[in-house]
Design a protein around this ligand. Structure first.
Ligand SMILES: NC(=O)c1ccc[n+]([C@@H]2O[C@H](COP(=O)([O-])OP(=O)(O)OC[C@H]3O[C@@H](n4cnc5c(N)ncnc54)[C@H](OP(=O)(O)O)[C@@H]3O)[C@@H](O)[C@H]2O)c1
Length: 272
């Protein structure tokens, strides 16, 4: 099977590509330097020359705060770029898997969001990712939209906290935002399962079971690694940032991934 992987140099791509390797898939891994998804002409020219069986579209503009000041950039990558890739999927008549976000919801719910719940993004990033979802749905019936949340993996939040603990003994972390910390490897395994098992097309919620605030998550990292860092729980309003985040963004993923604490433990153990 020949797979195009956009966004291969990102946090999720770095987890997924080695797994595709070990599963024996043939894939073309690309980033913005070699394959800019917003360059419609170039995307079409390249894609006319290669044959494909599947597309995994991870490329995205993911800086939530900077998206508020650069909405055209966020929409360019997340909507136009996704439209370009979706048209390629349609033209080649191959399935496309697009990774989307919990930020398509407003966070006003008090129970986990189902795939059928109404979307209502409250920041530019979420709006542009939802626009990307709609481009996919408009272009083709052969789609998988995987919404996930709070991804960590090599070079992400957990690693940053471990580095932080080498230098500081105290940190203030937001306690009034609830979500699902999710290990990129768990999502990568799910992506491979979907491809191998030819799962039905549609929208999937793929995040860890359970829920946590950012301060719960941070405390757990230090507890597992036995780092002595005091975590002070603060409110989002004490730490204003350009983009508003959904307050409660737990995805109902029908317990398809392990509990966030056990995955975090596994990730941290894997780092020796
Ligand atoms: N991280 C999370 O917590 C999270 C949560 C939910 C959903 N998601 C979604 O999951 C996907 C992967 O996230 P991630 O955390 O791995 O992202 P990331 O670490 O920010 O990486 C983004 C990737 O997209 C590529 N890219 C950006 N602009 C591009 C362009 N114009 N053309 C081609 N490639 C471009 C980047 O390439 P360069 O290296 O060349 O810049 C990089 O490989 C994204 O679509 C994101 O919206 C992420």
């Amino acid at each position: 099977m020949r797979i195009l992987v956009t966004g291969s140099t990102g946090l999720l791509g770095k987890s997924l590509c080695p797994m595709l390797d070990s599963e024996g898939f043939q894939y073309w891994a690309c980033n913005s330097k070699i394959f800019d998804v917003t360059n419609t002409k170039m995307v079409n020219e390249i894609m006319n020359k290669i044959s494909l069986d599947f597309i995994i579209h991870l490329a995205g503009y993911t800086n939530i705060d900077q998206a508020e000041d650069n909405p055209e950039l966020a929409y360019n990558v997340n909507q136009l770029g996704t439209r370009n890739i979706a048209h390629i999927a349609k033209k080649h008549n191959v399935p496309i898997l697009y990774v989307s976000t919990d930020n398509v919801f407003d966070g006003k719910s008090n129970k986990p969001y189902k795939t059928t719940d109404a979307t209502n993004p409250i920041n530019v990033y979420g709006k542009s990712k939802l626009a990307g979802e709609r481009e996919i749905i408009k272009a083709t019936k052969k789609y998988y939209i995987l919404r996930t949340s709070w991804l960590y993996g090599t070079g992400g939040y957990v690693d940053a906290m471990l580095t932080f603990s080498n230098f500081k003994k105290e940190i203030s972390v937001v306690d009034d935002q609830i979500g699902c910390p999710t290990w990129a490897d768990d999502v990568s395994k799910k992506i491979i399962e979907i491809i191998k098992e030819n799962k039905p097309y549609g929208i999937y919620h793929v995040s860890s079971s359970g829920s946590a605030s950012w301060s719960d998550f941070t405390k757990k990292i230090f507890e597992i690694k036995k780092r002595k860092v005091e975590v002070n729980a603060i409110n989002e309003s004490d730490f204003p940032r350009p983009a508003i985040r959904p307050k409660y963004c737990v995805l109902d993923s029908e317990n398809s991934l392990p509990d966030w604490k056990s995955s975090l433990e596994k990730y941290l153990l894997s780092k020796n």
